[in-house]
Design a binder for this molecule. Structure first.
Ligand SMILES: [Zn+2]
Length: 102
């Protein structure tokens, strides 16, 4: 479980201890969100887990951060020969530190 304020970029586990699923990094929020903004965060099978970025009024900003993160992720997955979940988790955490500024 991710504690309040804890993020993947600050070392939270990518794998949820409760449902044991690997968190997906997605754009969340929107006009219906209580904070009224979009952000990049993580979700698992239990629901939303963490908010990794600031809130953005413009969804495009959150979309671009996610797109850059995914590009680097996909590039690393094919070039670094990552074949186990532990290495993949380390990759996601280091990319999160590089891409997600709060
Ligand atoms: Zn979960």
């Amino acid at each position: 479980m991710v504690m309040p304020g804890e993020t993947i970029a600050t070392g939270a586990s990518v794998k949820c201890d409760d449902c044991e699923s690997f968190s997906k990094i997605v754009v969340m929020g929107g006009p219906l969100d209580f904070a009224n903004g979009y952000y990049v965060g993580s979700v698992c099978d239990c629901g939303p887990r963490s908010r990794e970025t600031l809130y953005f009024e413009d969804k495009t900003e959150a979309d671009n951060i996610l797109k850059n993160f995914k590009n680097d992720y996909e590039f690393a997955m094919v070039t670094c020969d990552i074949d186990d979940l532990e290495s993949e988790e380390e990759l996601v955490q280091s990319l999160a530190r590089a891409h997600f500024k709060r």
